[in-house]
Design a protein around this ligand. Sequence first.
Ligand code: ADP
Length: 254
Amino acid sequence: LDQLEAEIEERKKAEQEARHQLILKQATEELMAKKDEFMSIASHELKTPITSVKASLQILQRMAYKSEALQPVAPFVNKAARQVNKLTDIIHELLDVTRIQAGKLELYKTEFNLLELIKECVDQCDVDGKKHKIQIEGDKELQVCADKNRLDQVLCNLLTNAIKYSPANFLINVCFEKLENGTIKISVADSGIGIPADKIENIFDRFYRVENTSQYYSGVGLGLFISSEIIKRHGGEIGVESQQGKGSTFWFAI
Ligand code: ADP
């Protein structure tokens, strides 16, 4: 009888534990949904005023460029414009996350030359004026059928990270090739700070940042999450090989 009572007690405890787990899971899901809703509202509400500030700053920049009298304020206007551009990028990332969560990340595929796109990305990528040697290797005739703007976003994100997380003047290699099965593989390799082995599995998660980097480098931890969703929507794969202190090679195949 004692044994039976002990068994009943144990079963009750297990049931209570399972109920607690379920409540916790539901509460976490509700919180995540509220967080997503807040992010969606906040980013939509921020978009309009930021666009207006950006437009006004552009007018001021043009005026300062033309007028001798406004020259002293030009550096301040330029600085404000740079910061507003950063804010705009963050808002676009938040809007992308909202789109992804709602399953509304649309792709508009066209055919284009891959090398040209990579060169455009290399020209655009600017992390606080930090200089790097960027080497590109691949077949200059290679055509790709994909969403050009979205692929540009992935490449710019990987390149910006390679620049951000490695010392100035270090070499960054961008390689691309068409594999035998028709897949196109693109990699961005840096010899920067690298990623600790136990952090690699989380690196593509939403808002994930490696602790030691978040102290020293600005960012919100969305670029890799968005990039991986874009590549998945293309039916492709994304990954990284990295060694702490030695560097990282991010790659994707579509
Ligand atoms: P962010 O750079 O804004 O933090 P990402 O999603 O692009 O967001 O990257 C997530 C994290 O992955 C970064 O915070 C950083 O810790 C790590 N990471 C990304 N790229 C690299 C890289 N090339 N070298 C080292 N760490 C990287």
